[in-house]
Write a protein that binds this ligand. Structure first.
Ligand SMILES: NC(=O)c1ccc[n+]([C@@H]2O[C@H](COP(=O)([O-])OP(=O)(O)OC[C@H]3O[C@@H](n4cnc5c(N)ncnc54)[C@H](OP(=O)(O)O)[C@@H]3O)[C@@H](O)[C@H]2O)c1
Length: 269
């Protein structure tokens, strides 16, 4: 297993089992994206509101990898005309298509049927190979499916041992929806946790590597952000060990609905 191993989406398309995020990576974006691809990462996550789309597009082109070997994800906002915003994202990326277009979050009211229909049209027109959602609760995903018959390929949500929801995982697995874990390192807030550090010591690995490995063994796809090549190299060096069932369970039981971004997990409604 390595970072180029893939998981099947409902469409039959393949998505790498780990990717890099680019939120706040507004300096040297292209260089770091190219470096990540050189190290072996094959998936890059951005968004229309990150300010990193031009650098992400440039970094992918600078890598000289064939476009089809890189899985590119971006996002449109719940306040957007999602079809038009998809076109604008592609312009900023200077790309013909993205592999995955996500609706960044549900709208303030309702579950976003029209927003989703705009993305279905974008997919049908070849602007995105797959479409998905982010920060969606189970009932909101189900409402989208009931209204349109189109199942999101992915729900991208905050997901760590400190904050996750196994009922969400069960629901997604039952519907062939892949969970992408954002802020998988707790934005570095909880890396010094002693239980986590103890588990890491047992494998001669770092807390970051344990958090990423936990995701992968759950079948959840982590999107990790690292602004330094050293961190990138550490974050991809997770394929030479396996967490025991006991350690997986110990990590599962650390759940306290913790969010590094807000007071609660956005999807826990
Ligand atoms: N859909 C959404 O609503 C949403 C929300 C949040 C995030 N995301 C996506 O998910 C991505 C990842 O989440 P995130 O950026 O919030 O946080 P994260 O990946 O949990 O944490 C990033 C932090 O961890 C540090 N780090 C990385 N590797 C490390 C290592 N090996 N050892 C120690 N520290 C390390 C980074 O430091 P350096 O930068 O100094 O290396 C940075 O401070 C985002 O970039 C974005 O693409 C999506």
């Amino acid at each position: 297993m390595n970072a180029q191993k893939t998981i099947k989406l409902l469409s039959g398309n393949d998505m790498p089992i780990i990717g890099i995020g680019t939120w706040e990576l507004t300096h040297q974006t292209a260089e770091l994206v190219a470096k990540a691809l050189e190290l072996g990462f094959r998936m890059v996550d951005t968004s229309g509101d990150y300010g990193t789309q031009p650098g992400v597009g440039d970094g992918i082109r600078a890598s000289k990898l064939p476009r089809e070997q890189v899985f590119l994800t971006t996002k449109v906002e719940e306040t957007d005309d999602t079809y038009q915003a998809t076109r604008e994202d592609l312009d900023e990326l200077a790309m013909q298509y993205v592999d995955l277009m996500l609706l960044h979050r549900p709208p303030e009211h309702g579950y976003g049927r029209e927003l989703w229909e705009g993305l279905i049209r974008a997919r049908n027109d070849g602007l995105a190979k797959d479409i998905g959602v982010s920060n969606y609760a189970v009932n909101q995903i189900q409402a989208l499916i009931d209204a349109t018959g189109v199942v999101p390929a992915v729900n991208q949500i905050e997901w760590t041992p400190f904050g996750h929801d196994m009922e969400m995982l069960e629901y997604c697995q039952a519907h062939d929806i892949v969970i992408q874990a954002y802020s998988p390192l707790t934005r570095a807030e909880r890396l010094a946790n002693p239980v986590l550090q103890g588990i890491a010591d047992g494998y001669d690995k770092t807390p970051s590597q344990i958090l990423l490995r936990w995701n992968i063994q759950l079948g959840v796809v982590p999107i990790v952000k690292a602004g330094s090549p050293e961190h990138l190299a550490e974050d991809i060096d997770i394929f030479d060990f396996k967490l025991t069932d006991t350690d997986m369970e110990a990590l599962n039981t650390m759940n306290e609905d913790y969010s590094a971004l807000g007071s609660t997990l956005a999807y826990a409604r």
